[in-house]
Design a binder for this molecule. Sequence first.
Ligand SMILES: NC(=O)c1ccc[n+]([C@@H]2O[C@H](COP(=O)([O-])OP(=O)(O)OC[C@H]3O[C@@H](n4cnc5c(N)ncnc54)[C@H](OP(=O)(O)O)[C@@H]3O)[C@@H](O)[C@H]2O)c1
Length: 214
Amino acid sequence: MRSPHHTAAICGSDLHNFHGVLGSADVKIVLNTGANQGIGFEITKSLSSKPGYHVLLGSRDDHRGIKAAKDLKDQGLDVEPISIDRTLYVLINQHLCRRAHNRSLYSPPQRIPKARTVFMSSITGSLTHRPVDLPVYRSSNTALNMLMLHYAFKFKDAGWKVNARCPGYCATNLNDFAGMDTPENGALNAVRLATLGEYGETGTFTSKEVVIAW
Ligand SMILES: NC(=O)c1ccc[n+]([C@@H]2O[C@H](COP(=O)([O-])OP(=O)(O)OC[C@H]3O[C@@H](n4cnc5c(N)ncnc54)[C@H](OP(=O)(O)O)[C@@H]3O)[C@@H](O)[C@H]2O)c1
């Protein structure tokens, strides 16, 4: 585990510096915030099992991050724990799940070429669907979708793919494991969006690859 200060310096720098740290210009680096459990953990597991992907497993709590990363490293996966201090940019934006005010902190790294950014949203943020009585959670997801659209538009010509997605109702700590799907399934579309090719979509809001009405 790097110290939080060191971590922030690396993640705030450009990707070339990061390649230097890793010693390879071909490695794709993923920063996955909120990755010590649930869907974020499964996304980390899936992405790090792909050849050429090095995943930074983000966690606010160093001990939980180290433990989660060890579980995956013991399986031979290319994972590194990293402290999230909320000034970092994100690729998989898990940590924005519970507090709406955190969402204003997202600031993408503007010098990274052809970045892929996935916002973890929820169908509850749709203005069309009204499935649950959670006004703050719903509103924060609606705002998150707006932010996603802003960056998708801003970086479209630069080749970025910026999308938001809902994982479906998955059994995780978030809902006391009441969800009806698995976190593994909830991770699938995020992994797809994080690995989009040149002609992949941008500025979308999807659930398991089905477009959700705004
Ligand atoms: N599960 C579902 O059915 C469902 C449905 C729709 C959308 N989602 C979305 O999917 C994402 C992942 O949820 P999950 O179900 O996997 O939940 P989870 O198992 O509770 O995991 C959430 C992760 O986010 C981190 N986190 C929580 N609050 C944070 C904060 N304020 N700042 C930084 N990190 C924070 C947690 O880290 P700590 O251990 O440090 O708290 C944890 O690693 C969330 O954005 C959620 O809104 C989930």
